[in-house]
Design a protein around this ligand. Sequence first.
Ligand code: SAH
Length: 259
Amino acid sequence: MGKVWFVGAGPGAPDLITVRGTRLLAEADAILYTGSLVAETALQWASPECEIADSKSMDLAQVTEWLLDRAARCQTVVRLQTGDPTLYGVVAELARPLDAAGVEVGIVPGVSSAMASAAAAGECLTLPEVTQTVIFTRVSERTKMPEREHFAGLAAHGCTLCIFLSIERIESIAQTLEEAGWAADAPVVVVHKATWPGEELVLRGTIADIAVRCREAKVERQALILVSPALGARQRAPRATSKLYDASFPRRFRPARED
Ligand code: SAH
């Protein structure tokens, strides 16, 4: 019996898959990819003998069946997903029947679009004494949100928010942010196709105008919304610097300086 690997392909740029991910793709006897262009680009690492299939038109049961069948016949099976497989990637649902069948499962992390979007915008998701918490979330659409995770409640924390799968609801997101206490002129960054060669678009706006900017730029899908008091930190005087680089703060490999 083979092993099934859930591999993160990264956010878009072909060189943002991990070295481990490329090694597994090269070793794979069978690859099932998510039908996204990101995953397709990563297929360049597959060997010519490898069986490659697109799961675009399969339902969950068919994907499960495919993985179980190939695991019974091959040594290395890869389920290739965009970004990091553990975020909005239904890995638990797919791994459960594999676990039940005694098939070994491994997960290879990928660069999530949240990280890629922050990097594309040149922003940090945390800032000393300003925000030390990041919430990854989405706004309910077809997928029902758990009761205690309604966006208004999450927004009220005032920490960094990385909002996936929700660009079509940017208007109501902006409105809820304001109701939750964010200033109308608080910065918002929307990144469309982060790291995709030639296609990446970084839109900067405020809670008041980001929806209009998205509409004008025709950004309606494949975008990540970043809301954070850390946005624009490079253009502002520092409130506090990280203790990590503070000369008076002792670290394991660097004694504190008295001066
Ligand atoms: N596992 C993926 C997320 C899959 S859900 C990850 O870790 O990134 C799909 C959502 O991710 C999209 O709706 C969008 O919000 C975001 N996304 C994926 N790739 C993106 C990219 N290159 N740029 C911006 N957002 C992206």
